[in-house]
Design a protein around this ligand. Structure first.
Ligand code: 6PG
Length: 226
């Protein structure tokens, strides 16, 4: 876990290093991205990293069920914050078709695109402990077979598609980026509280690489500042 004044930059550097390492041993590398208001600066800095983007597959950890040009679309966020900044051949982007109102069909179609193991999954966390579009108490947290499910979200917009816990668990590395004092108590529960991922879905990344600012880390009992 890294606590720094620039968690976005530290996270972008880490993601790029992980992707470069994956490309040493494989022809392609895969990254699942997340939405929300936090990761924009990370995506902008990641876009500037020296990386063979043409060999990277960008997947989505979740997506809102809106058109891809909608202000709430995570695909639009990625277009604007990551893809727009990449010089040279772009990554392959495999977006979730959130605009498809046959939600179950859209989920199944996306599941067919997923690799057996993602190299990296970038995640964020809400103040309630949700991650991706896995919210506390949601039956999707108990899913052990399907890779993608349609869910109803208490965080607007309500209808979303999300990767399920087994997909995140199988990823080679989970990377969690959390900032702000409003999440400090949940960060402590997620990292230092009892293991209860049904109640705190962000614990699916408990063993991952966490990038925090001092405000989000303020309640942690044991952390080293970097
Ligand atoms: C989404 C994300 C979601 C997000 C958290 C944190 O599409 O909304 O996948 O899990 O990471 O809600 O959101 P903020 O970065 O806006 O706090």
């Amino acid at each position: 876990m890294r606590v720094s004044e620039d968690p976005a930059g530290a996270c972008a550097t880490h993601l790029a290093a992980c992707l470069r390492a994956a490309l040493v041993h494989s022809e392609r590398a895969s990254l699942a991205v997340c939405g929300g208001s936090t990761p924009g600066p990370t995506y902008r800095q990641l876009a500037a990293e020296d990386l063979d983007w043409a060999r990277v597959d960008v997947f989505f950890g979740d997506e809102r069920c809106v058109p891809p040009d909608h202000v709430d679309s995570t695909f639009r966020l990625i277009e604007e914050q990551l893809l727009a900044g990449i010089q040279g051949p772009p990554p392959r982007v495999l977006r979730m078709h959130g605009e498809d109102t046959d939600y179950a069909s859209a989920a199944e179609a996306y599941a067919d695109l997923l690799p057996p193991q993602l190299d990296l999954a970038l995640l964020g966390m809400g103040p309630d402990g949700h991650t991706a579009s896995l919210f506390p108490g949601d039956p999707a947290l108990l899913e052990r077979t399907a890779s993608v499910l349609p869910v109803l979200s208490p965080k607007p917009p309500p209808r979303r598609l999300t990767l399920t816990p087994p997909v995140f668990a199988a990823a080679h590395e989970r990377v969690m980026l959390v900032t702000g004092a409003g999440k400090a108590s949940m960060v402590r529960l997620a990292l230092e509280g009892p293991l209860e991922p049904q109640g705190i879905p962000a614990q699916i990344a408990r063993d991952g690489s966490w990038f925090l600012d001092p405000a989000a880390a303020a309640d942690l009992q044991s952390h080293s500042r970097t």
